[in-house]
Ligand binder design. Sequence first.
Ligand SMILES: [Ca+2]
Ligand SMILES: [Ca+2]
Ligand SMILES: [Ca+2]
Ligand SMILES: [Ca+2]
Length: 429
Amino acid sequence: MRDEGFSEDRVVFVAVLLLALASGATASDQRYLFNKLDLAAGKSPSAVATGDFRGIGKLDLGVANRDSNSISVFLGKPDGTFQRAVDYDVLASPLSVAVGDFNRDHKPDIVVADRSVSRVSILLGNGDGTFQPHVDYPSGTGTPPALYFIATGDFNNDGKLDLAVANIDSGLIDILLGKGDGTFLPFIEHPGGFGHPDSLAVGGFNNDGKLDLASTSEGSNGVSVWLGNGDGTLGVPQSYFGDWAYHRSVTVADYNGDGNLDLAVNGSQGIWIFPGKGDGTFGMPMSYVPVGGDDLISVDIDGDGAPDITGASAIPTAIFNTPVAALYPNRFDFGRQSLSTSSVSRTATFSNAGPAPIFIKSIALTSLNRTEFTETHTCGDTLAPGENCTITVASTPVTAGFKWAYVTILDNAQHKLQEVTLTGTAVAP
Ligand SMILES: [Ca+2]
Ligand SMILES: [Ca+2]
Ligand SMILES: [Ca+2]
Ligand SMILES: [Ca+2]
């Protein structure tokens, strides 16, 4: 059961998230910002998409207003807030919105799925934050038709952006191939996975250069995956199941940093992550704490390089996909060591104990006495979840007296100091 709109005619959610992103805010700032921004949209804002509508590096928003049959466009201001919305009419009950450049003029365009009239509406962008009146294309069959979700991607690899539309009542997923001039070919229908597709995610799941599609379906605890054939058609869906009573949406990102896209479903009992294997199949899901709201969005909120998840809602929540570094031992005392000799080597293990990749910037000896020790390591630039590497140190004193130094690791897991303390006393031979 998917809520078709927010209970209040206000938009809070993603705007705040992007505000945080734009200003380089930290995770704690994010909570604050979430509570601060409250944008007046149309009636029953149901979905949001983002873009740089003026090409000036400022994030703008397009919000679909289900009950006022309109799109609200919020242009970003330099201070990170938004101008008052300008509304554009669409056809009927827009429930989903996406942004893409459909006529290849480098100006972002907006597309919505008009829930109840079997049409998608394109609003071509003028590049200055304004949009042309909507032009409509048929999509969906069935009585009544119900276009629930729209996503974009180049499904036939011709460099022209296409559309994927989920029709919850017919159970079909439509692909509309773009002509590259803002117009589209007639839709091609594909069977839905469980009969009532209500959310889509697009990505390359088997790394063959052909876009693939995932969908949740109303009333089902499964997620269906179609591998794309690269010509706008889709293969036979394969389904995966979680333990949710109902869900709200599916989104995609590489949450564990292994190079393969993973799926996240916003289920009633929490977020379910299905790890992608890179061959188009997905492993056993893991569940995380619940996220409020309907449509999930994957985005790196805190800028640590690992994609986070947030729900677009009146009560937005963010889940931070945070790297966790473990270092053991974190102290070596080499005792007395003769000048100009080397001690026995000691080894510390650096591990990734979290769900997100650790990106290592540097590992180096620090402090004034750093030349009294030596350090080597087996660590590369990236440490995947569950992996570890070793740091080997020795006391190699060149001047007499008590010496200390640190092996300091700089990476994106900055929740605590990552140092190995080294001490020793150099004596004359
Ligand atoms: Ca355009
Ligand atoms: Ca295309
Ligand atoms: Ca593929
Ligand atoms: Ca992955």
